[in-house]
Design a protein. Structure first.
Length: 127
């Protein structure tokens, strides 16, 4: 059996859209890092022109190059689209709200479900 893209563990692009999310963004990003998916995680934060320090707080955890400071608040979908564009050809995309805390193993579980069902295009985690 030949190896396909579905068989190769690859990094998960985690996209978090923020707007005035300074109070919660650090917990969200820290939980992503602590979840430690076996595939690795690349975090992208799309900040919808927050007036608070959401982007600055995100930068301390995700790094400046991974925080997309959008010029205006184009809404949640625009933030997601900016994050997906930044993620490039990442095979796995996780879209999260900034008040999300990711349990250990959750991202790997979602990818495992999708990898086992190549015709599926979306999976959701429930608590």
């Amino acid at each position: 059996m030949s190896e396909t893209a579905w068989d190769v563990p690859q990094a998960i692009a985690a996209i978090v859209v923020t707007y005035e999310s300074a109070a919660v963004i650090e917990k969200c990003l820290t939980s992503l890092l602590l979840a430690a998916p076996r595939r690795g995680v690349q975090i992208w934060v799309a900040d919808n022109a927050s007036a608070d320090d959401s982007a600055a707080r995100a930068t301390t955890i995700a790094g400046e190059s991974c925080v997309l400071r959008l010029a205006r608040n184009g809404g949640y979908a625009a933030g997601v689209n900016a994050g997906i564009a930044a993620a490039g050809d990442a095979p796995w995309i996780a879209v999260l709200n900034p008040d999300t805390e990711v349990p250990a193993g959750a991202l790997d579980q979602l990818v495992d479900v999708l990898a086992a069902r190549p015709r599926a295009g979306l999976a959701a985690h429930s608590c």
